[in-house]
Design a binder for this molecule. Sequence first.
Ligand code: TYM
Length: 327
Amino acid sequence: MRVLSGIQPTGAKHLGNYIGAIRRWAAQQDEYDAFFPIVDLHSITFLPQDPEELRESTLDLAALLIASGLDPDRCTLFVQSHVPEHPRLAWVLECMTPFGELRRMPQFRERAASQQSFSVGLLTYPVLQAADILLYQADLVPVGEDQRQHLELARDLAQRFNQRFGETFTVPEATYPEVGAKIMDLQDPTKRMSTSESSELGILRVLDPPDVVRRKLRSAVTDTGRDVVRSPTKPGVTNLIEIMAAATGATPEEIESRFDGRGYAPFKEAVAEAVVELLDPVRLRFGELRGNTQELQAILAKGAEKAGAIAVPTLAAAYERVGFVTP
Ligand code: TYM
């Protein structure tokens, strides 16, 4: 069985990325043949990127993923733009995707609505994501809840291609974590924690030092009550219970009964300690790894070679089916 999941290099990586995706990847690398692209092509779709910043953040993310437990000897960690088969397959899939389907994608609608003008890349982005997945014949795609529609499209495109040209692609299945599939913003818990939308106090970065984590959690929005229970009328407290459950492995019910009648202050302190315990080893390890740029680049070059070994024949088969003459 093969697993694949990607992450964008730009923007600070946060607790949602870590719980919804990264740490599950580390847990899956021994059980599955695992591919994890750093999707730099996706990163240029909607912000004018500073080239130096993009380069830096790609290497930062490689170090962060390794610090989080991805072992380049046990999985394939690579940069999307190093494997040119991704955009080459995306083109074919774009030509099989109705315009209206992409225009209706929730992430596109949100982002397009917040900008005066936007690129065609912002619209076609989910098709490139489908290409990332289909190129590797991935069976499983571990992601957070926000990727649900993109994964539906990837499945549809695999089925559409197979129906039209014959069995070519594995139809992938998305997997979501039991708790923490949607970590919410600490200041506005009705919104997902997100690099592009969250305020400084609303987002817990993987690399935030312990004092910053504690400060952000102390000022997390709750409500005027004092009951530590999950409820649709208490989105702030519900989010903190989910975070603590995901960080400690305790169930939300256990957390509710542990803090029954104790009020919010000791609860928030305990959440902060749980998050510090979860993230601090990653931060420290990141510091050790990031200094060695040459080694990171060598790891990524090796990853691209391993990725190409799967992506090249898959693309060749797809191009052949479509009717392109073999070069
Ligand atoms: P990206 O880079 O925005 O996010 C990376 C992963 O983090 C998850 N995530 C969250 N999980 C829980 N709570 C949150 N608040 C939260 N915010 C983000 C995302 O669901 C994702 O799993 N389009 C993708 C990247 C991508 C990809 C792929 C993913 C490109 N190709 C192929 C899977 C397979 C994206 O922008 O993720």
